[in-house]
Write a protein that binds this ligand. Structure first.
Ligand code: NAD
Ligand code: MN
Length: 332
């Protein structure tokens, strides 16, 4: 049994609006939840000289369960600034990023229920870049260990969720050593899961097929960069960034993380959509705290509230963040 203790990192912009409201809903569902608040992001960097203070990292480690809202990042390189979410995922060993897209009442297309499992620790995201001003190079690192770990998580989650098919995404025709290793390891791990139908697609073909028929996909397993891009594409069919949820999952910690950023264009108005945060918390309930019944109750209340026409402006409604959450609490 894991401690019902949550480290809450709201971050910047709408992170400070959607996270407290979503937390209110979670506390209505789980009154015994212990909450530890911590700081991260651009404002934190400006005040403390670091975007991820040691105290925040310690609190996150101690709780195991984290919700991370969103942070603002400078558009140009700022000395000393590092993305706190990338650092947090790495420090907590969250090796898999789960990004589901499913059709919600009155949002996006119908009949979609897919899960993208994205490797979360390596590939081009190690940030090893070099430049002499005229030639710039970045290292794409793929390891057998990380590929194995994420593949195992993907197959286990697929089975646990009663899914049938898993598609390995890569570009091994151009990158036989890096993407080829990822594909080969994923194929080897698949041998232990004969119940699943496993196939593969080149990433460009996967993007085309996803755009044409997102309903045709079940689970996609991808290296970091392709998983990042394809999951934003998939999110477009699920009602957009306001409802796109994710969970970073590791052995010792899990971070619930709405896919969206700090949305400076709407921050401060109280109208940001909290659904992405609520559905991310439902994933934390299901996959980290092993509370599938509570997760389903939360998801049902989110769906029923949307179906009843209570929605924020990004979904064509007029509800505020707080009013939407009040309606969800009323349906728990
Ligand atoms: P964004 O996700 O913040 O916003 C993109 C668009 O989607 C905006 O029009 C915004 O209003 C809308 N949107 C996003 N979330 C919404 C919600 N919950 N409800 C209603 N509308 C929503 O992306 P951006 O504008 O490219 O980036 C803004 C800042 O966020 C940048 O500083 C960027 O670096 C940062 N960012 C952070 C994360 C993260 O913390 N994980 C992710 C992406 C971007
Ligand atoms: Mn992204």
């Amino acid at each position: 049994i894991r401690a019902m203790k949550l480290c809450v990192i709201a971050g910047d912009g709408i992170g400070r609006e959607v996270v407290p409201q979503a937390l209110r809903v979670l506390q209505a569902l789980l009154p015994a939840l212990q909450v530890v608040e911590a700081e991260a992001g651009w404002d934190t960097f400006c005040q403390q000289g670091t975007a991820l203070p040691a105290a925040t990292l310690a609190a996150a480690r101690d709780c195991g369960a984290v919700i991370f809202g969103a942070v603002s990042s400078p558009a140009h390189k700022v000395a000393g600034y590092r993305s706190p979410i990338v650092q947090l995922r790495r420090e907590l060993g969250c090796h898999a990023n789960l990004r589901p897209t499913l059709s919600l009442p009155g949002c996006g297309a119908d009949g979609i229920d897919l899960l993208i499992v994205r490797e979360n620790t390596e590939d081009l995201y190690i940030g090893e870049e070099q430049s002499d001003g005229d030639t710039a190079t970045a290292i794409k690192r793929i390891t057998r260990a990380a590929s194995q770990r994420v593949a195992q998580s993907a197959y286990q989650l697929a089975l646990a969720e009663g899914r049938q098919r898993l598609t390995i995404v890569h570009k091994a025709n151009i990158l036989p050593l890096t993407d080829g290793l990822f594909r080969d390891v994923a194929r080897q791990v698949a041998a232990a899961y004969p119940q699943l139908q496993v196939d593969e697609l080149l990433v460009d073909t996967a993007a085309l097929k996803l755009a044409q028929a997102p309903q045709a996909f079940d689970v996609l397993l991808a290296p970091n960069l392709y998983g990042d891009i394809l999951s934003d594409l998939a999110a477009a069919f699920g009602g957009g960034l306001g409802v796109a949820a994710s969970l970073n999952l590791g052995e010792h910690a899990a971070i619930a993380e709405p896919v969206h950023g700090s949305a400076p264009d709407i921050a401060g108005q109280g109208i940001a959509n909290p659904v992405a945060s609520l559905l991310s918390l439902a994933m934390l309930l299901r996959h980290w705290w092993q509370q599938p019944a509570l997760a389903a109750r939360l998801e049902q209340a989110v769906r029923a509230t949307l179906a009843a026409g209570t929605r924020t402006p990004d979904l064509g409604g007029s509800a505020s963040t707080a009013a939407y959450c009040d309606a969800v609490i009323g349906r728990l």
